[in-house]
Ligand binder design. Structure first.
Ligand code: SF4
Ligand code: SF4
Length: 359
């Protein structure tokens, strides 16, 4: 496991050009250089050199990050920003009281029990749906969809309609919340557990309806299946949808969604659907799991900015492809205007499409 010191050379690749400021949603709101990668690298370099302590104050700035990866994609020096922040957080949590609390809350006993309790309320929890043997998909439901079952119901409804066999297994969390809080040991445990099931199950594809799970699964080393989002799968199958009334939709691209080409392809196959692209459709929704708790006000401000952009195109429905983004978008809508009968609906694209399945 790498330590912060191992990233010394990488951190010093930062030319201090400041280009990351232009894309960082946290910097846009705070204007604080310590909130963006450049400032964080100055602090972490000081830690490596022994001039600064990796203490609570520095961790506060490490926490002030959505892990959206925008700065990484934009950085001309090609620095793997998120890996460095994750390692720094791990080094901080290793010896701190806060680390003990996080490790306890994320332990198998607490985290998995919490999920199990929610699953009991999940009416959509069923055994594998039957379908054609010609194509089988292994389904990685993800924790968020376990808590909010509507998207799972939608995926099953769509795949049942086209007679696809869906295999369900007893997966654990993909590990994103653990990795992003610096609990790398717990991430490695769930990764090994899930990988063992994935690589020993039938089917060529691993299907997910959550952009964060998709990102984690694609990066599992040695995975023997192709990871596909439900959106990519539907686009590939060229399925037709028809809506009773004309609806105007826009799409928010989750930060961790690798490819969003499927959106336009699918919507072209939808009768009575008008697509309008919102400005900055790929800017962060502001939720980002733990960030929404540790940086509550900032999270709400970023979500409000996102919703303002969405409302400029007056949609009936705001679509996305991640259950966590649905929470972020709702948080923005509630904080900006409140929700009433005229507010746009916010839906995962699978939920939306399930309503338009042709008879
Ligand atoms: S864009 Fe990259 S090189 Fe430029 S200041 Fe930010 S982290 Fe440093
Ligand atoms: S990952 Fe996102 S929120 Fe974090 S520093 Fe980079 S751009 Fe800012």
């Amino acid at each position: 496991m790498k330590t912060l010191e191992d990233y010394s050379e990488e951190i010093n690749k930062c030319s201090k050009c400041g280009l990351c400021q232009s894309v960082c949603p946290v910097y846009r709101i705070t204007g604080n250089d310590c909130a963006v990668s450049r400032g964080k690298f100055v602090m972490l370099d000081g830690v490596i050199k022994g001039d600064l302590k990796l203490n609570k104050n520095i961790n506060k700035y490490l926490e002030m990050c959505l892990k959206c990866g925008k700065c990484k994609d934009f950085c001309p020096s090609g620095i793997d920003v998120c890996e460095i922040f994750k390692t720094a957080k791990h080094d901080y949590l290793k010896n701190s009281f806060e680390g003990k609390i996080i490790r306890f809350l994320q332990s198998e006993k607490i985290f998995d029990t919490f999920l199990e309790i929610f699953s009991k309320f999940n009416q959509a929890r069923t055994s594998a749906i039957s379908g054609s043997e010609a194509e089988t998909l292994l389904f990685f439901k993800g924790c968020a969809n376990q808590i909010f079952p509507s998207s799972e119901k939608a995926v099953k409804k769509i795949l049942n309609k086209i007679n696809i066999k869906l295999i369900e297994k007893n997966f654990k969390c993909c590990g994103v919340p653990f990795a992003s809080s610096g609990n790398i040991e717990r991430f490695n445990d769930v990764k090994e557990y899930n990988l063992n099931i994935i690589n020993n199950s039938d089917g060529e594809y691993l299907l997910t309806d959550c952009a964060s799970c998709e990102d984690a699964l694609r990066n599992y080393p040695g995975i023997n299946k192709k990871v596909l989002t439900i959106g990519e799968y539907i686009a590939e199958k060229n399925i037709k949808f028809k809506f009773k009334k004309t609806v105007r939709v826009t799409f928010h691209k989750p930060c961790h969604l690798k490819n969003d080409d499927f959106v336009k392809k699918i919507l072209k196959n939808c009768e009575n659907v008008q697509y309008v692209e919102m400005p900055d459709y790929d800017s962060c929704c502001g939720f980002a799991g733990q960030f929404a708790i540790t940086n509550r006000k900032l999270s709400i401000e970023i979500s409000k900015e996102k919703i303002k952009q969405a409302l400029t195109v007056t949609p009936d429905i705001i679509l996305t492809a991640c259950p966590a983004c649905i929470i972020g978008l709702r948080q923005g809508l509630i904080s900006l205007k409140g929700i009433n009968a005229k507010s746009p609906k916010i839906k995962n694209i699978s939920e939306f499409l399930a309503d338009g399945l042709c008879e």
